[in-house]
Design a protein around this ligand. Sequence first.
Ligand SMILES: Nc1nc2c(ncn2[C@@H]2O[C@H](COP(=O)(O)OP(=O)(O)OP(=O)(O)O)[C@@H](O)[C@H]2O)c(=O)[nH]1
Ligand SMILES: [Zn+2]
Length: 207
Amino acid sequence: MSETASSAAEPRIRFEVETTIPTNHGDFRFRAYTDTVTGDVHLAICSGVPRDGMLVRVHSECLTGEAFGSMKCECGPQLDAALNIIQAEGGAVLYLRGHEGRGIGLLNKLRAYRLQEDGLDTVDANLALGLPADARDFIGAAKILDDLGVAEVRLLTNNPLKSQSLEEHGIRVTARVPLEVGRNVINDDYLRVKAERMGHLFGDQSS
Ligand SMILES: Nc1nc2c(ncn2[C@@H]2O[C@H](COP(=O)(O)OP(=O)(O)OP(=O)(O)O)[C@@H](O)[C@H]2O)c(=O)[nH]1
Ligand SMILES: [Zn+2]
């Protein structure tokens, strides 16, 4: 695990600083990394000593869901639940900036929300903007795990493609642990579309 900021031949992520932050979910070590390609600052929010087999949540930034309690998605409740579980069990939340709106950014996500007001679903709204339904990559997350000395994880997600993407970048995902929280009357349809069009697994499909 890097212990000092380094400027050696630039790898994809650069460790910057580590500090403890007490939160409503308990104390965590926050480790900050700069993505040297995008400039985004990602966080590894760690409880306990990182180790192979630990529980990991790879979480995409969602300002509307996490800071403002938007009911259009379930990101806020998922982040809260992940922090609680990882505080209890040990592990890490990798909080990926630059993943806002599945990688299209805040402004385009709000444009997509505007189109959703006219009846487009979460996939078609992105496509109507000329953008991919999902523009994220998970190489930064894999490189942060490398830095933590972790090659094998149990992943908290409902999205099997996230496990697949980590595996493609050299991280072994030994189990997918469902994270089904935050369903409400407003996002029920949105979650159905994620299951039908984006491969997310909920409820009975989950096992
Ligand atoms: N473009 C777009 N992005 C959205 C929308 N709703 C949520 N998001 C973004 O989606 C990202 C989270 O992705 P999700 O598809 O909800 O879930 P996931 O990360 O693939 O899978 P889980 O690990 O199960 O949470 C966050 O960055 C949100 O800002 C939407 O309607 N349109
Ligand atoms: Zn969200």
